[in-house]
Design a binder for this molecule. Structure first.
Ligand SMILES: [Zn+2]
Length: 258
């Protein structure tokens, strides 16, 4: 794909995150890796609703500007860390979508088996611990989640999604925000039902067949299933009833703490 097409696509995605109210004023940033050591990224100080292809910056993996008139965003560090750690990833979208960011502020990771679509496409969406903007704290905190996830909540900040191309990364952001809105509705109605163990097992098989990256969501159903599997395959050193009860109690406490 030509560089001018990629520049066009970045601006298209920028406009969509702005139109969909996922960013305000100059918030958010979008990038695409275009070679082994080069990234096209949105500059600081420009609204994503009004950005043009020739305003994008070209930077190397160390964050040195190769071309472009405007200044780099301090959030580009987060993008570069993704490209350094995940060679399979070609695009990164960062925004502050209101429902997902609400969960990031409430300190709630999206790690229950609620919607099969999300279990299949993104699995658990972790909450990355808070980091001071413009420092290496956000990339450093993100690091441990990078191998297993493609979508992240950034505590008291926003959301980050990554993909093998710009539209894959963008659609994950869209899906994450809609999922967050749906979850919020369910919270307001007072109940969140998770899918059954039997249904979850089927999803797990589909994930395996489709070779989907990422951890399975860690809801109560899944943790019981995992525990049972361990017991059935004798992985528990002492699968006595007493031992199992103790383990189940631990699992419940862990889940409630989430
Ligand atoms: Zn931000």
């Amino acid at each position: 794909m030509s560089e001018s097409q990629i520049r066009h696509d970045i601006c298209e995605v920028c406009r969509r995150i702005w139109v969909k109210n996922m960013v305000a004023a100059n918030d958010g940033n979008v990038s695409v890796r275009i070679s082994e050591n080069e990234v096209l990224i949105t500059p600081t100080g420009v609204s994503k609703g009004f950005i043009f292809p020739d305003q994008l910056l070209k930077v190397d993996f160390q964050g040195n500007k190769i071309s472009g008139e405007l200044n780099q965003s301090t959030e580009s560090k987060m993008h570069l860390r993704v490209y350094q750690r995940r060679p399979d990833i070609k695009a990164v979208v960062h925004a502050h979508p209101p429902a997902a960011t609400g969960f990031a502020i409430a300190g709630i990771a999206l790690d229950r088996c609620v919607l099969p679509e999300i279990v299949l496409t993104m699995g658990t969406i972790p909450l990355v611990e808070y980091g001071t903007p413009s420092t290496q704290e956000i990339p450093d905190n993100l690091e441990k989640y990078l191998p297993d996830h493609d979508a992240f909540l950034l505590e008291n900040h926003g959301a980050l999604t990554i993909g093998h191309d710009i539209y894959a990364a963008y659609f994950k952001m869209e899906a994450l925000e809609l999922y967050s809105q749906i979850l919020l509705n369910a919270y307001q109605l007072g109940n969140i039902n998770v899918i059954s163990e039997e249904q979850y097992k089927k999803l797990q098989q589909v994930r395996k067949n489709l070779n989907i990256r990422g951890k399975n969501p860690g809801c109560l159903t899944c943790e019981f299933a995992a525990l049972k599997e361990m017991k059935d395959s004798n992985q528990l050193s002492d699968p006595s009833a007493e031992n199992l009860t103790k383990l189940i109690a631990e699992v419940i406490i862990n889940v409630l703490k989430k």
